[in-house]
Design a protein around this ligand. Structure first.
Ligand SMILES: Cc1cc2nc3c(=O)[nH]c(=O)nc-3n(C[C@H](O)[C@H](O)[C@H](O)COP(=O)(O)OP(=O)(O)OC[C@H]3O[C@@H](n4cnc5c(N)ncnc54)[C@H](O)[C@@H]3O)c2cc1C
Ligand SMILES: *[C@@H]1O[C@H](CO)[C@@H](O)[C@H](O)[C@H]1NC(C)=O
Ligand SMILES: *[C@@H]1O[C@H](CO)[C@@H](O)[C@H](O)[C@H]1NC(C)=O
Ligand SMILES: *[C@@H]1O[C@H](CO)[C@@H](O)[C@H](O)[C@H]1NC(C)=O
Ligand SMILES: *[C@@H]1O[C@H](CO)[C@@H](O)[C@H](O)[C@H]1NC(C)=O
Ligand SMILES: *[C@@H]1O[C@H](CO)[C@@H](O)[C@H](O)[C@H]1NC(C)=O
Ligand SMILES: *[C@@H]1O[C@H](CO)[C@@H](O)[C@H](O)[C@H]1NC(C)=O
Ligand SMILES: *[C@@H]1O[C@H](CO)[C@@H](O)[C@H](O)[C@H]1NC(C)=O
Ligand SMILES: *[C@@H]1O[C@H](CO)[C@@H](O)[C@H](O)[C@H]1NC(C)=O
Length: 552
């Protein structure tokens, strides 16, 4: 007898899209949405730097603080370039992210001033390095500005290096109202560019930089240390050289002090501070927290809802965001669909969905939108038994757990059930699920650093030499524990769900030897019990979809 526990779900309320809370209206970034994106970015008099992100992605979480700080520190640039964020994991925004071909998070794109939609211009990717620092962001952004300038766009001050071998022609390229020149000679830390951007509104001055490898200039000015500031007064052509300025603050204050002494008024652009937007307290928050506590008490349970949500999320928000899928990516997609078809716990009437998908991928290339359409149809035709929401993978805040949690569970589920369905199959391919997972993670998982880590780990831990189905279950278990260990104490860790070696001693005392090492046989039994298809919980599932005709 199946007793659907729909009641609990009612408590969950109508919350579906995980609304990002990485950025708030009080931050110095503009929160873009599908509704205002075009309005702001198209025909804008300033350029735009837009971070496309997913709130569940760990790197996006780590990227957010420096990105906000970058926005705050570059406030004086705001009339030239604006800083925005757009959350792709909010389903409302998904069409924009697809249109712009965002497949990895976070992605920063630069849109030049007077940008127009259509015509194949989807902005330019601004590289971001990890670990992220505000300085690294500034450097990459200034490099972008330099390219814009060299291509004849951008309303920035002259950021291109001074190439002459002496100061004679310094004012030749400048307007008549420029009286003071500041030349920063530096290695490559973009001090000059940054200060030039900060002070671009100050009249009658120009701030340029030259590189240390302009050897003639360096020789002529007898400069030995970098960065060095040279101040040039156009009236009497006097030069003041201040060597070895270390920091931006020092450079800026030297320039500002000089100008103040000369009676020049310093003007720094200050954008309008955005007011606090009033935010409705979420009336469903309390009941959601209650539900989460109940679910948590159920221990290491696997829920149909998380598995179905993982699959839809993967297909809609990752696979379908590619404009065209072909070549190795298509091979990876086929392998993924093949194991989904074999082992995913579809309802009896829902397999046609995966058959259609498989059929679609039998051609040489597939459009992301075609996948999108099939998932949407499946949704409309009631192929899924749950709303698209997380249950066992719901975190204590929206930025925690969610999709990556459900994806792990999906792949554990698939490995375990490939064992259960092939007990007497001697020809079983031991890496069928693992290699399909590897392909999926490599080609589609939008958390790019996770993907890289996983690929590296797969190589180091010899994924391809796994020799039995049982071993494949343990391989994934071990690999996941390596990730858990690495992420313990990380900022992405949900304080209510700390990263532990799995299963914990409390859940599975028999999994541990006395000395604390694993009893793998017991671990295997535990995983089989937990992820086996008959253990899946149907909280929030419409069991009529899963078991049609079954009398309840
Ligand atoms: C392939 C992959 C690689 C990732 N790499 C990174 C990364 O490099 N950096 C990063 O910040 N984030 C990474 N993530 C995300 C991260 O691992 C977590 O998924 C995320 O932080 C959410 O954690 P969670 O607490 O919900 O538990 P998760 O680690 O997501 O685990 C989900 C559930 O699986 C079960 N489980 C836990 N451990 C095991 C195990 N060993 N065997 C079987 N079941 C287990 C538990 O029930 C747990 O609740 C990756 C995710 C995936 C899918
Ligand atoms: C931008 O300008 C183009 C051409 O002038 C116009 O067609 C378009 O509607 C404008 N877009 C917005 C959002 O104002
Ligand atoms: C300084 O620049 C402003 C704006 O270009 C100009 O109007 C002014 O005349 C300049 N100052 C002097 C002293 O030339
Ligand atoms: C100086 O260095 C920069 C980058 O560090 C390089 O692009 C440039 O070509 C170099 N110029 C000369 C003259 O060597
Ligand atoms: C000439 O240069 C000196 C610095 O050597 C400076 O203090 C002075 O203001 C300049 N004079 C004029 C007329 O600009
Ligand atoms: C679903 O499956 C049941 C049992 O196999 C069948 O009787 C029923 O017609 C199916 N319903 C739909 C809508 O396909
Ligand atoms: C596969 O798709 C083609 C083209 O849409 C269709 O003609 C064919 O019937 C489909 N095959 C199956 C098995 O659904
Ligand atoms: C398990 O058996 C099924 C049915 O024979 C087969 O399709 C599948 O590929 C097998 N799984 C593995 C991992 O070999
Ligand atoms: C992977 O294989 C190599 C070579 O066979 C071996 O040295 C290494 O220990 C293996 N690594 C793991 C984690 O099993």
């Amino acid at each position: 007898m199946l007793k659907p526990l729909l009641l609990l779900l009612v408590l969950a309320g109508a919350h579906s899209a995980p609304l990002g809370d990485l950025y708030l209206p009080v931050d110095d970034v503009e929160i873009l949405t599908i509704e205002n994106f075009k309005k702001y970015v198209e025909n804008s008099t300033s350029a735009w730097l837009v971070e496309f992100y997913a709130s569940w992605c760990g790197y996006c979480q780590r990227f957010a603080p420096p990105w906000k700080k970058f926005a705050t520190e570059t406030a004086p640039w705001r009339d030239m370039v604006r800083v925005g964020v757009l959350e792709c994991s909010d389903e409302i925004n998904t069409p924009i992210c697809r249109e712009f071909g965002i497949v990895k998070y976070p992605t920063v794109r630069y849109f030049h001033e007077n940008y127009h939609f259509g015509g194949g211009d989807f902005g330019v990717v601004v590289p971001r390095e990890f670990p992220v620092t505000v300085d690294a962001i500034k450097k990459n952004v200034i490099e972008r500005f330099m390219t814009e300038l060299s291509e004849g766009r951008g309303v920035y001050p002259n950021l291109l290096p001074y190439l002459h071998s002496n100061l004679e022609p310094f004012f030749d390229e400048e307007n008549d109202d420029i009286f003071y020149g500041f030349l920063v000679i530096e290695e490559d830390n973009y001090l000059g560019g940054e200060v030039a951007l900060d002070l671009h509104k100050t009249p009658n001055i120009t701030i340029r930089h030259a590189l240390y490898n302009n050897t003639n200039l360096v020789k002529n000015l007898k400069i030995e240390k970098f960065p060095t500031l040279v101040i040039i007064d156009r009236n009497n052509n006097s030069q003041i050289i201040t060597e070895n300025i270390e920091h931006k603050k020092e450079l800026k204050s030297t320039i500002v002090n000089f100008l103040e002494k000369e009676g020049v008024k310093i003007i720094e652009y200050t954008p309008d501070k955005k007011g606090h937007l009033s935010q409705d307290p979420d009336p469903k928050q309390h009941s959601r927290a209650l539900l989460r506590q109940k679910i948590k008490k159920m221990g290491d349970a696997v829920f149909q809802m998380d598995l179905e949500t993982a699959l839809r999320y993967a297909l809609e928000r990752e696979v379908a965001t590619s404009r065209v899928i072909k070549g190795d990516q298509l091979v990876a997609l086929k392998a993924f669909l093949s194991v989904i078809k074999k082992y995913f716990p579809f309802g009896y009437n829902s397999t046609s969905f995966i058959t259609d998908l498989t059929n679609l991928t039998s051609s040489d290339e597939v459009q992301g939108v075609q996948i999108q359409v099939l998932v949407k149809q499946a949704e409309e035709n009631g192929m899924f038994s749950t709303p698209q929401r997380f249950l066992g993978c719901q975190g204590s805040a929206n930025r925690f757990r969610g999709y990556p949690c459900s994806l792990w569970r999906l792949f554990h589920y698939l490995t375990v059930n490939s064992v259960l369905l092939n007990v007497s199959n001697r020809k079983a391919n031991p890496v069928e699920v693992l290699s399909s997972m590897h392909g999926y993670i490599k080609h589609f998982f939008s958390c790019s650093h996770c993907s890289e880590h996983f690929q590296k780990m797969a190589a180091e831990r010899n994924l391809t030499s796994v020799s039995s189905l049982e071993e494949s279950v343990l391989w994934l278990w071990e690999a996941h524990n390596v990730v858990n260990k690495r992420l313990k104490g990380d900022t992405t860790e949900d304080p209510e769900y700390p990263k532990e070696q799995f299963p914990t001693r409390v859940r599975c005392p028999e999994c541990y030897q006395e000395d604390g090492s694993w009893k793998k046989k017991e671990v295997f039994k535990y995983l089989k019990r937990m992820y086996g298809r008959y253990s899946v919980r149907y909280v929030g599932s419409d069991t009529k979809v899963l078991f049609p005709g079954l009398d309840r």
